[in-house]
Design a binder for this molecule. Structure first.
Ligand code: DXP
Ligand SMILES: NCC(=O)COP(=O)(O)O
Length: 250
């Protein structure tokens, strides 16, 4: 079964829009875990538009207590800024099960591309080594169709996370065959090198089953935007049940 890690960024967006603590990121994560989530994902950003460092710490405790995987995403190159201590410091103090390295610039609305390892493998290497020394599994966000998988292998990463935004867009436009084939090809190349495959970005109840049927042996999907949106209509518990059924291939 593909593991489902629920990204709770969007709960923090709502909370931050008013200040205070509601809706509670911690409570939403606990509800997702109660409903069967295999893990919790956050993508703290230097501008703290949603997840804040105190959320990262509190969710680490929750995931440890509930024995589910914690996945922290972000750009290791983005420096500490004000109250934001930087991705590596957040990981050093919380020791999540997995770090997903994403090459986002500060001004991006959301993630929209994977790493170019031809340009960045050298710079990434010391961060990957440090994460592994801390016992954190390392995943790197990569585009379907990347030609950098040999470099990924040389870097010693454990997994890639396939950026599924283009697939989701093609699916919505009614013609996902080519985008899905790119994802499948890249996943199979990674798997042949012994690199595990995660996937995420704009996955939804509408497009997930086709994705998982078309791309074999995806270890984990991290889903936030669509899942939290759908939960507004159906409730988190029912929404989680639907996603878990898809992840089981039911
Ligand atoms: C790497 C990725 O695809 C997700 O982390 C996504 O970028 C969520 O981040 P936001 O919630 O800030 O859009
Ligand atoms: N890694 C992808 C993620 O965590 C969630 O992305 P999205 O579902 O919010 O687009």
């Amino acid at each position: 079964m593909t593991a489902l890690s629920v990204n709770v960024n969007k709960i923090a967006v709502l909370r931050n829009s008013r200040g205070g603590d509601e809706p509670s990121v911690l409570r939403a994560a606990a509800c997702a875990i109660d409903a069967g989530a295999h893990g919790i994902t956050v993508h703290p950003r230097p501008d703290q538009r949603h997840i804040r460092p105190d959320d990262v710490d509190a969710l680490a405790d929750l995931c440890r207590q509930r024995d589910v995987e914690y996945n922290i995403e972000g750009n290791p190159f983005a420096p500490a800024r004000g109250e934001y201590p930087g991705l590596m410091e957040l990981i050093r103090r919380t020791r999540p099960a997995q770090a997903t390295l994403v090459p986002d610039g500060d001004g991006q609305i959301t993630s929209d591309h994977g790493f170019d390892l031809a340009a960045d493998a050298g710079r990434l290497a010391p961060y990957v080594a440090q994460l592994k020394q801390w016992g954190v599994r390392v995943s790197v966000f990569m585009d379907a169709g990347t030609t950098d998988l040999a470099a990924a292998k040389a870097l010693g990463i454990d997994r890639i996370e396939l950026y599924t935004g283009p697939y989701a867009e093609a699916f919505a436009a009614g013609d996902a065959a080519e985008a899905l084939a790119h994802c499948r090809h890249t996943a199979q190349q990674a798997q042949a090198l012994g690199i595990g495959v995660n996937a995420g970005h704009d996955l939804s109840q509408a497009n997930l089953a086709t994705f998982l049927a078309g791309v074999p042996d995806v270890l984990e999907v991290s889903i936030g935007h669509a899942l939290i949106g759908e939960a507004l209509y159906d409730g988190l518990d029912a929404t989680m049940r639907n996603y878990l059924a898809i992840c089981r291939g039911a």
